[in-house]
Design a protein around this ligand. Structure first.
Ligand SMILES: [Zn+2]
Length: 536
């Protein structure tokens, strides 16, 4: 096989074959259908939990979350919603390996890459970048080129902060929301293509992340979701025509489906006495405010410039400090659900937190109690259990797991989603019509919930020179980095957990393994000082 093949990775966040297979069969996604016929198509298994932060970091490091240390969008070792960043990652990413090997990379919109690293090439960071005022490009000068007349305007997404305007636009103007998603895909793809034209590169990776938003918020409006996939299909085709010699790997961090019901985990912990609140969540001001917001949301959507408001520094602070934890009385709480994307419960240990109340000697007993509570949960309508798997952190991530994973992690059965909110899911009806003292723990998707939610299996497409035709091959997100390195004839460090997807190649690549370097500082001292000064 030719040495030093150029490799292009396109991430399609949340991409699922459940939607794509019928669309490919019907000729609605011609580029993907062509790759399926002339290359590899299969499922790509995500991490546990199957959410973007751990999954994309596993995708770009080849390591399991216990090793790279990213389990959620937010730090797991604090109650406040502090966003994780690239400095928090404990293992090298593909661009570090390529830099060491003297290869050039272009990296665009990969979640969790802020602050950008000094690499041999160009990096524009993606989701978890604090704001457009942040220095989110490497080299710095690239930021000045992100205008229409140069390499194109760059749509910078802000996790949590943009959620309300996105939700309301999807609800009250779904076509407009689909257009916003398509514009974001076009922005990220255009910037990438222009960078590829103007700069030298051996490896390019771009994540088209907005497809995830389309599926969370537009599930059930399949034609609109299809139009977003078609935009991605068109841009992948443009890249394939422009770079026919390159090897293409198209991946998603997890799949998607429709949850029939949401499990309100903190409501469960409140009802069972493990979690205590400052004020009664049935009737407190915050619950009342969200209930009223629900009722007035159409009016608010039409009258208030929400997008500007949430991105202001006050709006940003308010949103990141809100959520269920505001009403939790940590001085009396033994356990709580960490965040919507964590699929994990934190035990409030005395030794660990200022307001901790659980003695170390009671830790295992409490963990067992909570495990039994979750295991025995049943849907009263069907009698089915809700929890598919439940793990202690060390079982899942290993005793040496870094960055303090949550104490219990679980997978729900596929037709259920999880919610972190600590309030009645019925909204205002709960106050007006219900005499219940406890909070409902299971609810069909309502105002507060996503219409679509993640599933464990994403997509894998591979196409190009030396890639087999018309084969179904399944792999894991951690297999992508070793496969890229083998394709580019670069040795694979032996701390990488994934395997080379050898069965995808006509002539198998030679796999060279090397001992892992002692962990290098990913950032220089000056960079670390600079980051500390940044307002997050
Ligand atoms: Zn998502």
């Amino acid at each position: 096989m030719a040495k030093n093949s150029k490799v292009i990775v396109v991430g399609l966040d949340g991409g699922t074959l459940d939607l794509m297979e019928p669309w490919m069969d019907a000729g609605k996604l011609p580029t993907f259908a062509k790759i399926r016929e002339q290359g590899i198509c299969g499922k790509l298994r995500s991490t546990t939990p199957y959410y973007s932060a751990p999954a994309w970091v596993s995708m770009v490091t080849g390591c399991n979350p216990g090793k790279h240390g990213i389990y959620d969008f937010f730090h797991t070792d604090t109650f406040s919603k502090k966003l994780v960043n690239s400095r928090y990652r404990k293992t090298s990413a593909i661009w570090n390996h390529l830099t060491d090997a003297g290869n050039k990379s272009i990296i665009v919109n990969v979640p969790g890459t802020y602050p950008p690293e000094s690499i041999n090439g160009i990096m524009i960071t993606g989701l978890l970048t604090p704001s457009s005022e942040s220095e989110f490009t490497y080299p710095k000068s690239i930021k000045n080129d992100l205008v229409k007349d140069k390499i194109g305007e760059y749509e910078l997404e802000q996790v949590a902060v943009d959620d309300i305007p996105k939700n309301l636009t999807a609800k009250y103007a779904p076509e407009k929301f689909a257009d916003q998603v398509k514009n974001a895909i076009i922005s990220h793809a255009t910037v990438t293509i222009n960078l590829m034209e103007k700069h030298e590169w051996d490896f390019t990776m771009v994540v088209l992340r907005s497809t995830d938003d389309a599926m969370h918020l537009l599930w059930g409006k399949e034609e609109l979701i299809l139009s977003c996939y078609q935009t991605a299909d068109d841009y992948i085709n443009r890249m394939m025509e422009r770079y026919p010699e390159a090897i293409f790997i198209i991946v998603s961090d997890h799949g998607f489906g429709k949850p029939q019901k949401y499990l309100y985990v903190n409501n469960l912990l409140y009802n069972t006495g493990y979690l205590k609140t400052i004020s009664d969540p049935n009737y407190n001001l915050s619950s009342l405010m969200t209930m009223l917001f629900d009722k007035m949301s159409r009016l608010i959507f039409h009258l208030v410039p929400l997008h500007k408001l949430v991105r202001s520094s006050i709006g940003r602070k308010f949103i990141l400090s809100s959520g269920s934890s505001r009403n939790i009385d940590f001085s009396q709480t033994r356990a709580f659900y960490h965040s919507v994307c964590s699929r994990g419960i934190r035990i409030n240990l005395k030794d660990k937190y200022k307001q901790g109340i659980v003695d170390k000697k009671d830790y295992e007993k409490l963990r067992m109690e909570l495990t039994t509570l979750l295991k025995n949960l049943k849907d009263p309508e069907t009698g089915r259990t809700l929890i598919k798997n439940i793990y202690r952190w060390e079982e899942l991530y290993g005793e040496n797991a870094v960055n303090d994973p949550l104490d219990i992690i679980f997978d729900l059965e596929e037709e259920y989603g999880a919610q972190e909110l600590l309030q009645p899911p019925e909204g205002l009806n709960h106050i007006l019509c219900s005499k219940k003292k406890s909070l409902s723990i299971l609810s069909p998707p309502g105002f507060y919930d996503w219409m679509g939610d993640h599933r464990p299996n994403g997509i894998l497409f591979m196409y190009g020179k030396n890639i087999k035709s018309n084969q179904h091959i399944d792999a894991n997100v951690i297999d992508i980095v070793p496969t890229i390195l083998a394709t580019m004839n670069i040795p694979i460090q032996n701390n990488i957990d994934g395997r080379v997807i050898e069965e995808a190649f006509i002539t198998k690549p030679t796999i060279k393994k090397i001992d892992t370097h002692k962990k290098k500082k990913i950032l220089t001292e000056t960079e670390i000082k600079r980051i500390k000064k940044l307002k997050i």
